[in-house]
Design a protein around this ligand. Structure first.
Ligand code: OAD
Length: 237
């Protein structure tokens, strides 16, 4: 892959599909088997849902956190983590909250949608690492306020500065590699048209083509197979 062979500065954007081969459910797919075809995001992933039924929302995130905890990073997570050493400048921007990138060793990472391994106090907004198990659901902070999952829900702002940093790095990079995302959720999805506008090559790895695929270098296949192939190709040169 010529684009990556010459690249000094690379940004990778990931979504749920990068963890699919680790056994983590994605949210959307063309077969209608994603989480959001079985569950209603308005009832589980909005501030209104949390106000209406914090116990239900907590149980949903505890279920997902348990799934993530018992899963292991796959070859795609490992290649992405190794790219921190391959390229002179590297940044991973992830929409995932499952912690698998970090467990594969990724350190240069911006988590656009928060983390399932953290909780946030609803009063002070302080973030804490989540214990393995809570004594009660919903859990409470020492200050007496309820904890909430440290997840960005629909209708909420992303962590301050997260998109700005991602835009800044993308505007200066040699290639954007987009892995396992439907690009259905904004503002994260805006990173791709932004890169295309700057004339930056976008390599897209997905099991199916998406809205931007006609304008990207689209590699159809599983992330856990395509990324190791791509990485071996870089070694051979
Ligand atoms: P989606 O579930 O919307 O998209 C997953 C994408 O991964 C789809 O395009 C699949 O075709 C692709 N895919 C599935 N298996 C794959 C594999 N083995 N290799 C490569 N690609 C594969 O997930 P996201 O785009 O991450 O937000 O969704 C964005 C946001 O919507 C999530 O962060 C979440 C959700 O609501 C919050 O929870 C705030």
């Amino acid at each position: 892959m010529k684009v990556l062979l010459k690249a000094q500065s690379v940004v990778v954007l990931t979504g749920a599909g990068v963890s699919a081969e680790s056994g983590i459910d994605t949210f959307r797919d063309s077969k209608g088997s994603g989480l959001w075809s079985r569950y209603n995001p308005q009832e589980l992933a909005t501030p209104q849902a949390f106000s209406a039924d914090p116990e239900l929302v907590w149980k949903w995130y505890e279920w997902r956190r348990d799934r993530a905890r018992t899963a292991s990073p796959n070859p795609a997570h490992r290649v992405i983590s190794s790219w921190e050493n391959r390229f002179k400048s590297f940044l991973l921007v992830s929409q995932n909250v499952d912690g698998l990138h970090q467990r594969a060793g990724s350190k240069k990472i911006i988590c656009l949608h928060g983390s399932a391994t953290e909780v946030r106090c609803t009063r002070s907004t302080k973030v804490f690492l989540k214990p393995d198990a809570f004594e009660q659901i919903p859990p409470y902070c020492l200050c007496g306020s309820m904890f909430r999952p440290n997840i960005v829900w629909f209708g909420e702002s992303l962590p301050p500065g997260a998109m700005e940093s991602a835009y800044e790095r993308i505007s200066n990079c040699d290639a954007l590699v987009v892995v396992g995302t439907s690009l259905a959720v904004y503002p994260a999805a805006n990173l791709v048209p932004t890169a295309l506008q700057y004339g930056i090559p976008v390599i897209e790895i997905n099991v199916e083509a998406g809205d931007f695929s006609s304008r990207t270098i689209s590699l159809l296949g599983k992330a856990g197979e395509v990324l190791p192939d791509l990485d071996r190709g870089l070694d051979e040169h």
